[in-house]
Design a protein around this ligand. Sequence first.
Ligand code: DGJ
Length: 747
Amino acid sequence: MSILFNEATQTFHLFNKEISYLMTVLPNGHLGQLYFGRKIHHKEDFSYLMERVHRSMTAYVYDNDCSFSLELTRQEYAGYGTTDFRHPAVEIRQQNGSALSDFVYESHQITAGKPKLPGLPATYTEEPSEAETLIVRLRDPLTGVVLELLYTIFSEGGVLARSARFRNEGAESVWLTRAMSLCLDLPDCGYEWLQFSGAWARERHLKVRRLEQGIQAVDSIRGNSSHEQNPFIVLKRPGTDEEQGEAIGFSLIYSGNFLAQAQVDTQDTTRVLLGIHPFGFSWKLEPGASFQTPEAVMVYSHEGLGKMSRTFHQLYRKRLARGYWRDRERPILNNNWEATYFDFTEDRLVEIAGKAKECGVELFVLDDGWFGARRNDHAGLGDWVAAKELLPGGIKGLAEKIEALGLKFGLWFEPEMVNADADLYRAHSDWILKTPGRRASLGRHQHVLDFSRQEVVDAVYGMMAKILSEAKVSYVKWDMNRSITECYSAALPADRQGEVFHRYILGVYDLYERLTSEFPKVLFESCASGGGRFDPGLLYYAPQGWASDDTDAVERLKIQYGTSFCYPVSSIGSHVSVVPNHQVFRETPLHTRANAAYFGTFGYELDLNKLTEEEQQQVKAQIRFMKQYRKLIQFGDFYRLKSPFDGDGNVTAWMVVSEDRREAVLGWYRVLYHANQPLGRLRLKGLDEALCYRITEDGRERTGRYYGDELMYAGLITTEGVSREAALGQKAGCDFDSRIFVLRAES
Ligand code: DGJ
């Protein structure tokens, strides 16, 4: 990896084995984009890549050069209104109301490693040799605002991390009303746009469409990254599939309002913008003040979507997630939410935990309802003190009982919220986000605490830290169950109200940072009514997140498949729950519920006492299986084999391969059983061509040995036979069926 600067041509070349990124200083001093893609040879001069053409109806920068219009120039961090008419990366409002900027190159600096982004989650290096960072410094002479563009290229993988920071070195305050993390101008528009969209209980479904002239975007202005959209998009060439072709993934390490946008202009070039949503955003920069944008990560792959995803997985698993649990196998847990909802007693919890222990579970998690007056979702939120009538010995007493069973104990919090019927609200009704003179709308009967205020974050920290230090809590589920309305902070002046959404998220990050550093061995799992804030921002603090409130195995195929485009298996919270399923009322077999949940952190969301003896035996076997293979599943290389979004989506398949390619676990899922099933064959991926593998199917060894090349190029036969049905005790196949194959190379 290297970052080279050619003084004569004013060109930067950032490259590693996989990618090249080229920029140049333009005639007006702005930074121009020359190339991003597969690695190319280094040369002194790449200026030919910047086409300069004159077109009618353009405005040009200099009177004597009508071929230099910013509208027709690919730029690194574009402004609006000085001959470019596309949506810009930056907008700065001055006191006189003007909103233009003119950032001119001043200097640059190249350093080993990667600087931290103050107060924000970001990728990191452990050794300076893992990456190099270029900081390009530009200045807007009129306002005196300095812009630093940060580019980090990692030695491994087609990864470039970017962000921008501003410092007001002028004499007057200005307002940043748009400060994107990334702007990338691509020279053509021959791409398909992939987004991961949905709703509560239907998160991150893959949607694909062709880029067309105009704007396509996904965003959130809800205060959380949202169930509806994810801060992640992909541009791929039309022929790109899992194994070949070009793809660029764009991911924002942020948990609040965001915008991901591609604009195709009349010249068929494409501008990608990614960052904090400019809608409603404005940040006052007083003289001497700074602003740092969140980080955006771009991953380029010329070996298809699979390679792009594995690059994200590797980076986010090892150089975004942090701490004690980063590389550790995740405990198999039993959460009481779907088992009891609010209707529990301490004895009932201990009874559930006892059976869980007997079945091999490692961690018992007490969900919502243990504190204050929280007997339903109308009261108590914000009062983080155990309800004595439920838990006479408090959380400490319950945790001791659970530990005495030989289990670890975990606890649910929803730190950012308050019910009006709660002591916290009675003491501090002004601590919520609400706009003066307007009604404060409720969501799930609760208000949002104003986390842009330090004293609010401090108070919540105090309550949580007390419990975590008094009781033996090994895991925290951090929930967040509504979006923000009437966003306004009583603590900020009128000209800073546009800062509240971002300050709120900074408050969330601050609380996470303090709790995770004070309690480094506690495993944090993020959650927001399922996957309403499943984003890379929170992965920095919580190495796993509850992917969705939808625990139905069939629904989970799409959710987990879509999630896998950016996020590693070790981050995907997935559990087995009861049938009929509580979200879709479907009855899926127990083996399929587990076979889907294995490809995540794994656990149970039910009372195992209520299963039959036979089912409990099955659960014990499932837990034994997961303990044996979770290291491989959670930390191996993930390959998508068959998409639930293709065709009728009836069959889904994926597999995880160990780093040395000697072991693999494959999940195969079929939604509906059809009469006279067609023959089935799956081409596997990621194996070693030369190794010979033994295969077990649902624990039973298949006859024969198979070379990696056979399995990858000729395929694994998945056609069902009568023997399998008999073994499963079925009459003839079944709906919602699934199989697990384990491959082991012979020594
Ligand atoms: C929403 C979460 O996604 C659920 O798992 C559960 O924790 C409930 N909140 C509790 O209120």
